[in-house]
Design a protein around this ligand. Structure first.
Ligand SMILES: [Zn+2]
Length: 380
């Protein structure tokens, strides 16, 4: 039995319409002047105005920041710090997809501890606790609201850096499935596949424990059941709720179990080809599952709910890869690397970068540049 040390740090408030409780929850944490970090899409969808109204009704001054994009980088986080520093804020609200919550957390690191985001690479580098934060995810995807890491790209190399600290965890994750109803189809598709990939990768890493397992398996079941339904019926409240909880549970699993080769191979594709994270994962994950099959088949069989079929475990990786390909097809994400403009001659350089990714070190099958080439080639 694998030992673990687990403490839930984040209060989870879940339910349709719970956004209405934002002001009350913030007030309960003592917020007075808060930095509201929300991406441009959320501003357009009207949720920034809604959040400001709720915060102001609770006598909290909200100061909005929007100057970042879907892959927040070190320069955007620095701009956020410059914006927020003179405002003397006492708290942060991250409202939006993973990019908003990551950006909010990145700004929080710099405001409280100074320096640049690269100084916080890894875990536990903050010497002063971060300002209290409430995270309100508006997509079911990254599960960033369940984590204590900010994933920020380097502005020059575009490579993602993960910066974690116990105090970077949100005080409250406010999960209101209703705010995900209006997400455009491609956002639902790509964010949803990201969450699926988190459930699959966390279920098999070297860090996986009985506790992370609980979250990985439950996340997979919720997401696997709801993904096609939300794609077909965007206003299906039960399916939206399943996706949001599933994405959150998968985020909780990452917090303990980390990720694997699919994320290691996806990051250079986003950095070099600007391939959206969820699309890169849809291209790669089925091949990673096959590549890990020799060592992870029993775990994959558990995901497929057939843990006792050991004699047929060899088929489990293939069965799971097929299922993931079906889900990618349903989401309109069933493409190859060649379709996305990646040529075979680029693979060695991509593979060298993939092998440098911290996340690859947790993959159950030892992962290096040679492995990355095999995976990229299979996905070409
Ligand atoms: Zn991801």
């Amino acid at each position: 039995m694998v030992p673990f040390d687990f403490q839930l740090r984040i209060r989870i408030v879940f339910g349709q319409g719970t956004l209405e409780r934002l002001g009350q929850l913030a007030r309960g944490l003592g917020f007075r002047r808060t930095l509201l970090v929300a991406d441009a899409g959320i501003l357009q969808a009207g949720y920034v105005a809604e959040a400001m109204r709720l915060l102001e009704a609770a006598s909290i001054e909200a100061l909005p920041f929007h100057a970042f994009d879907q892959n927040p980088d070190s320069a955007m986080v620095e701009a956020g710090r410059r914006f927020a520093e003179p405002l003397r804020i006492d708290s942060v609200v991250g409202l939006g997809g993973g990019s908003s919550i990551d950006c909010a957390r990145g700004i929080n690191f710099l405001l409280t501890n100074g320096g640049t985001i690269a100084d916080y690479r890894g875990y536990g580098k903050a010497t002063t606790p971060l300002l209290p934060m409430i995270a309100v995810p508006t997509t079911a995807g990254t599960g960033s609201e369940a984590q204590s890491y900010a994933v920020i790209a380097d502005a020059k190399t575009h490579m993602k850096v993960a910066c974690g600290d116990p105090s970077a965890a949100a005080r409250v994750a406010l999960l209101d499935p209703e705010v995900t109803f209006t997400a455009p189809h491609h956002v639902t598709a790509m964010a949803g596949f990201d969450a699926l990939a988190h459930a699959v990768e966390t279920a098999v890493t070297m860090r996986q424990t009985p506790m992370s397992d609980t979250f990985s398996l439950r996340a997979w079941r919720l997401l696997n059941d709801a993904f096609e339904r939300v794609l077909l019926h965007p206003a299906d409240a039960e399916a939206r709720a399943g996706m949001q909880l599933g994405a959150h549970y998968a985020g909780m699993a990452i917090e303990q179990s980390m990720l694997g080769a699919a994320h290691a191979c996806a990051n250079p594709l986003t950095a070099r080809y600007n391939l959206p994270h969820g699309l890169a994962l849809a291209i790669l994950l089925p091949h990673v599952v096959r590549w890990n099959g020799g060592v992870a088949a029993e775990r994959y069989a558990a995901l497929l709910n057939s843990p006792r079929r050991r004699a047929r475990d060899q088929d489990a990786a293939e069965a799971l890869a097929f299922r993931l390909e079906d889900l990618a097809r349903a989401a309109g994400l069933a493409v190859t690397l060649s379709d996305s403009g990646v040529e075979e001659t680029a693979l060695p350089e991509l593979a060298a970068e993939a092998a440098q990714q911290w996340t690859g070190t947790f993959n159950p099958c030892p992962f290096d540049a040679a492995g990355a080439i095999d995976i990229y080639r299979a996905a070409l």
